[in-house]
Design a protein around this ligand. Sequence first.
Ligand SMILES: [Zn+2]
Ligand SMILES: [Zn+2]
Length: 528
Amino acid sequence: MYDSMEQCLVLGKKGKERQYGYGGRKRGNATGHGQQEIRVRKNTGKRIVRGRRIGRTAWVACMAAAIGGISFALAVQVLAASEGLRFRGPGTGIGNGAETGSPDGSGTAGGGTGMESGTGDAGGSQSVGTVSSNVAVPDAAEQPDAAEPGHPLIAIDAGHGGEDEGCKAGGILEKDINLAVAELVRDKLEGMGYHVMMVRDGDSYLSKEDRAKAANEGGADLYVSIHQNSSEYKDAEGIEVWYDGTDETRDSKRLALLVGQQTVKAAQAQERETQGETDLHVLCNTRMPACLIETGFLTNEGEHGRLADGEYRERLAEGIVRGIDYYFHPKTMYLTFDDGPTEENTARVLDILKERNIKATFFLVGENVRNHPEVARRIVEEGHTIGIHCDNHDYGVVYESVDSYLRDFEAAYETVKEVTGVEVKLFRFPGGSVNAYNAEVREDIIREMTERGFIYFDWNASLEDAVKKSTPEQLVANGVETTLGRKTVVMLAHDVVYNTGICLEELLDRLPEYRMEVLTEDVEPVQF
Ligand SMILES: [Zn+2]
Ligand SMILES: [Zn+2]
């Protein structure tokens, strides 16, 4: 929750909507727990809200209006502990023969501007299966043990409690909703084999210091605080997650993104911008990755009604649990960049990857390596995998015959070896292995290349950044949508495209459920 006077100070107008694929992100039109702290003045029993705007020196205190109301009757549904959740989604498409490539081979004669397009995947329908299969269900009598491998201890903190009711509206108290959702989260996590520490068990008051202390001393591996929001703007709605953006050692941002995005998806709720600026005690003083989720606005009529509904709270809890589970069991993505290197665009991509400590795979064009040898060397020095794309990006010449392909490949191979010292094993066909230019020679080329010990990779998701000129927002949406939730993704992108570098950070923020890896000879190839 947050207080109305705080809101008066912080807000001035309704926030703008951002269009990033799904969810209809909202930003900026409300603030939550990151900017205030709730205290209880024991001698009067009245709630005091102390608000502090980040970046300002002024402190604001105001009395929250005493709102009467009937206590909300909770209907907590307990899941059978033995029944683990299994989230369904599109299949991995890897090795199941589902791929049917559809690149259009729209390269242009003249070299250097050829393009790949199409995701080359027909999708699938098998379970993502990232959940619970590798986590044993604990015995009912078993005590949480943070040191036990594979059984992380999750601290679930139901906000407020006891005399601290949190916000309230229409007879619903925030503390009750928080506890109801927290108990559902606990049950689902325990059903999947996680250990859970309920920071607040039952309707009792606990100071913020005691909450952080309990998680720290209990050895929790993760901390998730659950709250509800409020606003004097009745149309303010949606899910908002907070984390301490100043602490880069705890990976709290990834947790916050995961919990927020998965809960938005599960509840089909509005997504509000994830907030990394906060001095909230429980986020800044816990020692494990931590986030605080506000799962809805009690002051919004529609959301108020949904939060009162046990079925909706089940969906909220499922989303929170899914986010937590992805934190421990991420899916795998291989980011791949074709057609470079170029000077500025490749450098921009490399800077972002370096800052985030992410390794990727670059399929290089020999001609561009000769033009920008220092960039090619930087790619290798910073730990990325390089592969061969071609020497001259001209489909007509490259695919004229088997010999012309091999000649072009060898020229690129020798250039890359000379410039970087790397004897490349991986390659990617210009236009992908199935394209409009290589129907006659395709099989022979693959046989010749395979005999020489080279491995080719196509892709099963794409920014479609070489298909046509797109805005960064559209590229992000393409990238997210074409993953189809697969467990293993080879993402096609082009470091020669300006907007690809521009959108990369947002793209990575939209895909926190994936761990980024480099392609190697040991990775099962994705081929059309
Ligand atoms: Zn709250
Ligand atoms: Zn290309």
